[in-house]
Write a protein that binds this ligand. Structure first.
Ligand code: HEM
Length: 187
C-alpha cells in the first residue's frame, strides 16, 4: 500500500517538490487510504455526547427526555452487515470497483461518520480533512518509513487505547529516510 501510494505521488507530484493542496484531488489512492483509516480508527470513536430535547422512540427504543446519548461511530464503521470483512484494512473498498466507491466521510453516508453528521457535525471538518490529507501525503511522499529491526508491517500491533479520542495502545516507532531530491529538503 505504501509503495502504491508513493507511486501515485511520484506520478502526480514528481520528486523535485513537495505536495501542495492543489495536488490533493488527483491523489485518489491516498484519499482512499485516509477514508479507510477514518473508518477503522475514527479519532472520536463515540462522537460527542448529545442530550435528547424531547422523549422519542427510535427503532423501538424509548429515549426519555434529557437522556444522554452517545453515537458509537467506531462500531457503526465495523458493522459486518454493512462492510465486507470490516476488520481488514482495504482502501480499495472506496475506489471504483470496490464495495463503496462513492462513500464519503463528510456526514452524508451514515456507515462512516468520523466527523459526526447532521446539525452538530464537526465545525472544523474541512480544515481537519485538508490537514490530514496534506500531512499524510507529504510524509508518504517525502520519506520511506522503516520499522525497527525484527518488526514487520503485517504484524504491527494496531490495538487501540480508548478514550475521548482514539490513540494507539503501543507507540509507533519508525525511521524516516528521505526519498526526494536533496534541494526539496533545503540541501
Ligand atoms: C481530523 C480532524 C477532526 C475530527 C476527526 C473531528 C471529529 C469531530 C466529531 C466526531 C465531532 C462531534 C460531531 C457530532 O457530535 O456529531 C466534532 C465536533 C466538533 N469539532 Fe471536530 N474534528 C476534527 C477537527 C476539528 C478542527 C480542526 C476543529 C476546529 C478548527 C474542530 C472543531 C469542532 C467543533 C467546534 C465541534 C463541535 C460542533 C458542535 O457541537 O456544533 N474539529 N469533531
Amino acid at each position: 500500500m505504501m509503495a502504491q501510494a508513493q507511486q501515485e505521488l511520484d506520478a502526480v507530484v514528481g520528486r523535485s517538490r513537495l505536495v501542495t493542496d492543489l495536488d490533493l484531488p488527483q491523489l485518489t489512492y491516498v484519499q482512499a487510504i485516509i477514508k479507510e483509516t477514518f473508518r477503522l480508527h475514527p479519532s472520536t470513536p463515540l462522537s460527542l455526547p448529545r442530550m435528547a430535547a424531547e422523549s422519542c422512540e427510535i427503532n423501538g427504543y424509548h429515549i426519555p427526555k434529557n437522556a444522554t446519548l452517545l453515537v458509537n461511530v467506531w462500531a457503526i464503521a465495523r458493522d459486518p452487515e454493512v462492510w465486507e470483512e470490516p476488520l481488514e484494512f482495504r482502501p480499495n473498498r472506496f475506489l471504483p470497483g470496490g464495495e463503496r466507491p462513492n462513500a464519503d466521510v463528510r456526514g452524508n453516508d451514515f456507515e462512516v461518520i468520523p466527523f459526526g453528521a447532521g446539525r452538530r457535525i464537526c465545525a472544523g471538518m474541512s480544515l481537519g480533512l485538508r490537514m490530514v490529507h496534506l500531512l499524510t501525503a507529504t510524509l508518504v511522499h517525502a520519506f520511506n518509513w522503516e520499522l525497527p529491526e525484527g518488526q514487520v508491517a503485517e504484524k504491527l500491533n494496531m490495538d487501540e487505547a480508548y478514550g475521548l479520542t482514539l490513540q494507539r495502545a503501543a507507540p509507533l516507532m519508525v525511521h524516516p529516510r528521505p526519498r526526494l531530491s536533496p534541494q526539496v529538503f533545503g540541501k
